[in-house]
Design a protein around this ligand. Sequence first.
Ligand code: ATP
Length: 512
Amino acid sequence: MTQDELFKVLVAHCKEYGFIFPSSEIYDGLAAVYDYGQMGVQLKNNIKNYWWEAMTRLNENIVGIDSAIFMHPRIWEASGHVGAFNDPLIDNKDSKKRYRADVLIEDYLGKIEEKIEKEVAKGRKKFGEAFDEAQFRATNPNVLREQAKWDEVHNRYVAAEKANDFAEYRQIIIDCNIVCPISGTCNWTEVRQFNLMFSTSMGSTADGANLIYLRPETAQGIFVNYLNVQKTGRMKIPFGIAQIGKAFRNEIVARQFIFRMREFEQMEMQFFIKPGTELEWFKKWKETRMKWHVNLGMGAENYRFHDHEKLAHYANAATDIEFNFPFGFKELEGIHSRTNFDLGNHQKFSGKKIEYFDPEENTSYTPYVIETSIGVDRMVLAVLSHAYTVEELEGGDSRVVLKIPAPLAPIKVAVMPLVKKDGLPEVAQKVVDELKYDFSYQYDEKDSIGKRYRRQDAIGTPFCVTIDHDTLNDGMVTVRERDTMQQERVKIEDLRALIEKKVSLTNLLRNL
Ligand code: ATP
């Protein structure tokens, strides 16, 4: 299966098993908006818990808040979003379809990278053991030609991005003959700036109504509460404020399922520090956040840092943690050193003094900030795309299994009487009563045991517990583990501890 096909299959699987549905589906859906179903919501909540506890419980100096989505419109002037939260858009005159000019160029570069990787894979196959990848890349004429093309376009693109030169974006698109996938033509308009914020109005009369924005990030709710939290929590610098909540962006091209949505959820933490210490803290948060990801066991090789070549005018360091999604390495989380830009601007725009008095040094200053910002939905997609596995079994059978990290799995244990009679359901009910206070569970007595296992594999349940006739005599049940499919006999009273060991969020947090 190609990565593209795998992605399509995954989207269908998410719908079939109650993870993610298109929004308003009976009205044919709403573009780039999705609903989480009965499984998806539990996966999402587990991810949020892991982040929230790692931030607010494992760090004495980080507290959480929950600020409103509606905020005073001046906030978005102060933050720079009214003036500069834009994407460069371009229309194809024939198909009338709209695209992000930067994404068209990045996709073009991505295709060249794919071609190079294909050549390398061919070489590996041809030369077998003797294959020297570095030498192949340095000498193979096809690779060299593609690499030269990539370098040239990439250099032009980076320069255009740095200079905000939109005419050059268009010129690159034309020079590379990048066509619209719908019309197949290169008949493009000029590149224009498009503000990504949604707006609505607040107030009952048209005259008195205020233009209100739906927040495009949760961070500003933290900045405008900096003084409240610092004072009421008697927080001493360095300290952090964490928040999880919805954000809204009118994305021009919304594709790739829940990777780029118009309504999504963020987990953001702003860490307030003394000016001059930012690079040290930036490094610390890069390490801390990478550890949080790798701790889930989805393979360290599937993450990488991508340091920003172009820094926003207020930032003095920025990096993305990228994940190996089915469509390549893409941003999952951003870590930014934002200086005192936000607090400084809110001070200017609100006229309120936003400073920290350092009692040890007897001075006041506007704190600097390190931000960590991750999309909940992108994290859900990372987990699901990594988890989705098709396995060939003995006897020509196959199974689809979601190898979700056990502490994040929506359902932790399935309880199944072998048959629906002979007193087995009653014993199964007792097992449920033993487990339900600690674990999310499903009770299933329908169909053959094999079919029931497949259903649980398909939603990623780490353990299935079967009650059979022997249970009536020896008080033992069969526990089947999701990934290895191995089965063992366990006493009912030992079940809780066995399951707990593997699915516990506490153990996951302890490893950090
Ligand atoms: P991108 O370059 O992919 O548009 P961004 O750099 O604009 O992302 P940030 O503003 O840094 O993203 O937002 C922080 C995080 O929020 C991102 O790393 C991502 O996980 C998530 N995020 C941003 N936009 C979206 C979106 N439209 N849909 C889902 N998640 C998003």
